[in-house]
Design a protein around this ligand. Structure first.
Ligand code: NAG
Ligand code: NAG
Ligand code: NAG
Ligand code: NAG
Length: 397
């Protein structure tokens, strides 16, 4: 009964106000309500104009509105005046979306692909041999030696050299070598996650820990951050337009791990790859663009930003702020050093501009705080014996 009464009241009120919206000449005396509506409408228009001119762009703004609020507000906006995509871009977007949405064929023995990018023999092959022992069937090894044919001391590395080509630091040949490794590793349908390592990398954990960490992660560990300084966006070239805009340009260390879908996409990409091949080279147009530090971070930031972790699981120490990172000598290697590295659970990036802004993100693994690093570089070849001696101690977690 009460409900019906209420309903009648609201209906009446509604009819009443509707009449006020279209006032005939006879209602001139009732100007108060239309004025109220005009003010409200003006407010909405002003709000929409403001929202259009100052859309919440940073994730900080999204947090202020709460992530849901942010979405609602952006949905309200008229779509930004979109550039017409080229045929190649449309094809590429379709292709990428299909691959991202397709589940990988599950296999009875999913494997990790360890892809070594090295000039020649691997100084830490004996350590890796210890690392792999007893886990046969759960990994495959690929070696791309760009300068000289390596001699192998471990059975896990025998006949694992792939066809290789010259690699010039900073040039696209580095990316080509990464793609060659991915192509070879993708041929094995059991490879589900792909790890890129250098000759100076060592494992920080035993095999089982690393296997679980990577296999049960739903993202790829690709390093990616925005550096407005000379070693970041200062390397961007407008020749990359229209496909690659400066606002999408990112930087990151090349040592990635990647899930299978991402590996396929990297191999399939020609459009964005060719932009970096042509316009990201050391010395081009006075810029010192390093293809392997920008192509994959920028590419993933554009095509699947939430599918990457934004940090690399390979630790490196840049604290000396030199052109090359710190290289650990045998004397420096102690249980304490290794413990220090494995206890880090926040990733740090520093911009190269005058502000030297420090960006810190907690390392989240499937939403949980976990140590950031599974591997570390750079280790001096003389450090091998010390690492072999310590290995079983530091990997018994
Ligand atoms: C990586 O950064 C992008 C924005 O640059 C963000 O959208 C994404 O959520 C980040 N990834 C993770 C796992 O937090
Ligand atoms: C390990 O970390 C502690 C605390 O930050 C520091 O005092 C110590 O010097 C570090 N040791 C090594 C070998 O890096
Ligand atoms: C990965 O898993 C986390 C936690 O389960 C979830 O929040 C996130 O959306 C997932 N990311 C992707 C790319 O599936
Ligand atoms: C083994 O590791 C423990 C800490 O986990 C450390 O106290 C000990 O010194 C290490 N042993 C050697 C031989 O370094």
């Amino acid at each position: 009964m009460l409900y019906i009464l209420l309903k009648m009241k609201t209906t009446q009120a509604f009819c009443h106000s509707e009449m006020q919206i279209f006032p005939g000449p006879r209602y001139r005396t009732h100007m108060k309500q239309p004025l109220w509506i005009i003010i409200l409408v003006s407010f909405i228009i002003v709000f929409l104009i403001c929202a259009y001119m100052y859309p919440p762009q940073t994730s900080d703004a999204c947090y202020i509105f709460s992530s849901r609020g942010c979405k609602v507000i952006t949905d309200w906006l008229p779509p930004a005046p979109a550039r017409e995509l080229t045929d190649e871009e449309v094809a590429s977007h379709v292709f990428i979306r299909e691959i991202l949405n397709s589940p990988i064929v599950s296999s009875k023995t999913p494997k990790l692909a360890f892809m070594f990018l090295t000039p020649g023999s691997l100084p830490f092959e004996k350590l890796w041999d210890k690392f792999f022992n007893g886990h046969e069937g759960k990994f495959t090894v690929y070696v791309h030696a760009s300068k000289e044919r390596p001699t192998h001391v471990s059975s896990h590395f025998l006949d694992r050299d792939i066809h290789s080509d010259q690699v010039v630091w900073g040039k696209i040949t580095m990316v080509d070598a990464e793609r060659r490794l991915l192509a070879n590793a993708l041929m094995d349908p059991d490879n589900h996650h792909f790890v890129l390592l250098s000759d100076s990398c060592v494992p920080l954990y035993g095999f089982d820990y690393i296997y679980k960490y990577l296999m049960h992660s739903n993202i790829s560990f690709v390093d990616c951050f925005k550096d407005p300084g000379p070693h970041g966006n200062g390397r961007y070239s407008e020749h990359m337009l229209p496909e690659v805009e400066e606002k999408h340009f990112r930087k990151g260390a090349q040592w990635f791990t990647m899930k299978r879908q991402h590996a396929i996409i990297v191999l399939a990409d020609n459009l964005y790859y060719s932009k970096f091949r042509n316009y990201c080279q050391p010395g081009l147009e006075g810029r010192n663009c390093i293809a392997d530090e920008h192509y994959l971070p920028t590419f993933f930031n554009m095509i699947d930003p939430t599918g990457i972790a934004n940090w690399s699981v390979t630790h490196v120490d840049w604290s000396e702020r030199k052109w090359h990172p710190k290289s650990y000598r045998a004397e420096a290697i102690t249980s304490e050093l290794l413990q220090n590295i494995t206890s880090i659970d926040v990733s740090v990036h520093v911009t190269s501009d005058k502000k030297k802004e420090v960006q810190r993100w907690p390392c989240l693994w499937n939403g949980l705080h976990r140590p950031c690093y599974l591997f570390a570089r750079k280790f001096n070849p003389q450090a091998l014996d010390k690492l072999l001696y310590l290995f079983s101690n530091y990997t018994t977690i």
